[in-house]
Design a protein around this ligand. Structure first.
Ligand code: ZN
Length: 122
């Protein structure tokens, strides 16, 4: 099972710690850790559940795409200020455009789900 990126520091590296009472996932960079579980599979699920408790603005990272209200195409994120709830999106030319996280209607995980659904219909 794929574990999601750490919502605190953005690290993709998680470590499955084997402890006497079971297993738990820990972020190798900042130390965020999910609850202890009995199997590695459950430990991965617990990590992903923990990640999804964080607000969306903390779960996106440069390179991800979001779709804004009133726009037809998803746009690439090139930076963010999670504390202020601001994402910086790629523009065709010129400096990145700051947008409020409230203006996002589809987050990367919702865009992917939509794509999967469409390909199944084809
Ligand atoms: Zn981390």
């Amino acid at each position: 099972m794929k574990t999601h990126q750490c919502p605190i520091c953005g690290s993709k590296r998680t470590f499955l710690d084997i402890i006497p009472q079971g297993y738990q996932y820990i972020c190798t960079q900042c130390g965020l850790c999910a609850l202890r579980q009995f199997t590695p599979q459950e430990a991965a699920e617990a990590w992903n559940e923990l990640v999804f408790k964080f607000p969306p603005v903390m779960r996106v990272w440069p390179g991800d795409k979001v779709k804004l209200f009133g726009e037809r195409r998803a746009r690439r994120i090139i930076g963010k200020n999670a504390g202020r709830g601001v994402l910086y999106l790629e523009t065709f030319s010129g400096p990145p455009e700051p947008v409020r996280h409230d203006d996002v209607i589809l987050w990367p995980w919702e865009l992917n789900r939509k794509k999967e659904k469409n390909s199944k219909n084809d």
